[in-house]
Design a protein around this ligand. Structure first.
Ligand code: ZN
Length: 151
């Protein structure tokens, strides 16, 4: 099980407004509040998520830069069914983006940083910022919405 490939959602909270440099994307003003990031881990969810939880690391993905400041409040994973694992490589980007589209379809979800985590796909962003009023249990709300997701 150590290397189960799959998709994940990271739910984060930023305590105060912060200007953050996101690698080559540039500098962006991140308002305090709730965020989520949609990602995939072909090499295994466990290793990737352990890396995301680690504070000190080489900054590589866009999310690494945000996680220097934002606090992870929840993580939900979507392990690939076994039938998918053998042939998942060409499918993975589409699955990740399909999940992401559902997330971005939430009425409170906003694209704050175009291109964040989506350099290799056509999504506007893999980072969602949630407008005020989503509430502290926002990960439950979003997760409830993506429960309809099927591989
Ligand atoms: Zn995408």
């Amino acid at each position: 099980m150590a290397g189960t490939p799959g998709l994940y959602l990271i739910f984060m909270e930023l305590g105060k407004d912060k200007e953050i440099k996101v690698g080559k994307l540039g500098c962006f003003a991140f308002p305090s509040g709730h965020y989520s990031y949609t990602g995939s881990a072909m090499g295994g969810l466990e290793a990737r998520l352990a890396r995301h939880r680690r504070g000190a690391k080489r900054l590589f993905w866009h999310i690494d830069y945000l996680l220097q400041w934002a606090r992870i409040v929840d993580i939900r994973t979507f392990p690939f069914p076994e039938r998918l694992e053998e042939q998942s490589t060409p499918l993975t980007p589409r699955l990740e983006c399909r999940l992401n589209q559902i997330v971005l379809g939430h009425p409170k979800a906003q694209v704050l940083v175009p291109g964040f985590g989506s350099s290799d796909c056509h999504c506007p962003s893999h980072l969602a910022y949630y407008l005020e009023g989503i509430g502290f249990s926002f990960s439950d709300r979003i997760y409830g919405k993506v429960l309809s997701f099927r591989f």
